[in-house]
Design a protein. Structure first.
Length: 312
C-alpha cells in the first residue's frame, strides 16, 4: 500500500464527507493505493455515523472511535498502530489542510529520502493575536531546544516513513513534538514543505491558549525523558552530588572558621542553614536518581532498542 492518511478528529461531522471525497479524488488521480484512517476522539456530534457511512461507500476508509476524549496525541498513536502505508500522512479534519499536498509530500519521502516532511503554513488565516504570535514563540523555543530546523512544529499536515511512526509512542500532548520523538529514536533527515493553509469552513477551533502553556511543559518533559529515560542517575546523581558537596564544603568552612578565627556560633550564621539545605537537597536528588535507576532497570523496555538493519 502506498499511503495511509491518519486523521484525528472531534466534532467534525460537517467536514468529513467533503474531506473524504477530496482525498479519494487525489488518490485516484495519481493511481495511489491508500487507506484513510479516521480516529474519532470522543465526538459529541454524529461524526462516527458519518464515518460509518463513508466506509459503506469507500472500502478504503477505516475508523477508530474512542469511548471518550483522550486528545490528539492518543488519536494519532492509535492511527499509527494500524497504518499500513509505506508513507503515512497526517492531517486535520477541519479542511484547513489541503489533500492536494499529498503527492508532493509522498515524493519527498520516497524520492528525496526524508524520514519526516513537515508542513509549513507560511501564510495563515488565524487570528494574529490568539495563534500567530504564540505559535511563533513556541516554534522558536522548540527549534532552539531540539536543534531541528523546522518553522512549524505544530502543523498537522506531515508525512512519515512507515518505520518512523512504528518506532515512536505519542502520548499526552506530544503530537507537537513528533519530530523530536523521531530524533530521539535515531531518525535524522527532516524536510519541510510550504503548504496551503485554508480558512476554516465549518465549526470552530478546538484549541485554546492552554495548548501553548502545555506545549512548553511538554517540551521540557520530552527533552528530559529523551536524554535520561534509561539512566536517570546521570541527571539526578550529578546535581545531587554537586549540591551535597557544595553544602558540605561550606559546612566545613564554617566549622573551621568557628574554631580558629572567631567564636560566632554556627547556628547564628545564615550560611550554615544554606549549607544544611544544600546537603539535604543533594541527598534527595541522589536518592531520586537511585530510585529512578531501580525503576528503569526493572521496566519492560529496559532493553528495548531500535534496530535499523540486521544481517544473519
Amino acid at each position: 500500500m502506498d499511503i495511509s492518511v491518519v486523521i484525528p478528529l472531534i466534532d467534525e461531522a460537517e467536514s468529513l464527507p467533503e474531506l473524504e471525497a477530496w482525498i479519494r479524488s487525489v488518490m485516484e488521480e495519481n493511481n495511489f493505493t491508500y487507506e484513510i484512517i479516521f480516529v474519532d476522539d470522543g465526538s459529541s456530534d454524529n461524526s462516527w455515523c458519518i464515518i460509518q457511512q463513508l466506509k459503506s461507500q469507500n472500502p478504503f476508509v477505516k475508523g477508530i472511535k474512542f469511548q471518550r476524549n483522550y486528545g490528539k496525541s492518543a488519536a494519532l498513536n492509535e492511527g499509527f498502530k494500524i497504518a499500513q502505508g509505506v508513507v503515512v500522512i497526517t492531517m486535520d479534519a477541519d479542511l484547513q489542510d489541503s489533500p492536494n499536498e499529498i503527492p508532493e509530500l509522498r515524493r519527498m519521502v520516497l524520492e528525496d529520502g526524508y524520514d519526516i516532511v513537515s508542513g509549513w503554513k507560511k501564510k495563515r488565516y488565524d487570528s494574529t493575536l490568539s495563534k500567530n504570535i504564540p505559535s511563533k514563540l513556541f516554534n522558536a523555543a522548540t527549534r532552539k531546544v531540539s536543534g531541528i530546523k523546522l518553522h512549524d512544529f505544530n502543523c498537522g499536515l506531515k508525512a512519515y516513513k512507515n518505520k518512523v511512526v512504528k518506532s515512536i509512542e505519542v502520548y499526552g500532548e506530544m503530537h507537537r513534538y513528533i519530530p523530536l520523538l523521531a530524533k530521539w529514536s535515531g531518525f535524522k533527515k527532516f524536510g519541510e514543505k510550504v503548504v496551503e493553509h485554508r480558512a476554516r469552513k465549518y465549526g470552530v477551533t478546538k484549541f485554546g491558549w492552554n495548548r501553548f502553556i502545555n506545549g512548553f511543559l511538554d517540551l521540557a518533559s520530552i527533552v528530559f525523558v529523551g536524554k535520561f529515560k534509561k539512566n536517570p542517575m546521570h541527571f539526578f546523581g550529578l546535581w545531587g552530588t554537586l549540591s551535597f558537596l557544595f553544602g558540605f564544603i561550606v559546612f566545613i568552612y564554617l566549622t573551621v572558621s568557628k574554631f580558629f578565627f572567631d567564636q560566632t556560633g554556627l547556628t547564628q550564621r545564615p550560611l550554615f542553614f544554606f549549607a544544611i539545605f544544600a546537603m539535604i537537597i543533594g541527598t534527595q536528588l541522589f536518592l531520586a536518581g537511585f530510585l529512578g535507576e531501580l525503576i528503569s532497570r526493572n521496566g519492560a523496555e529496559r532493553n528495548h532498542y531500535l534496530i535499523e538493519d540486521r544481517i544473519n
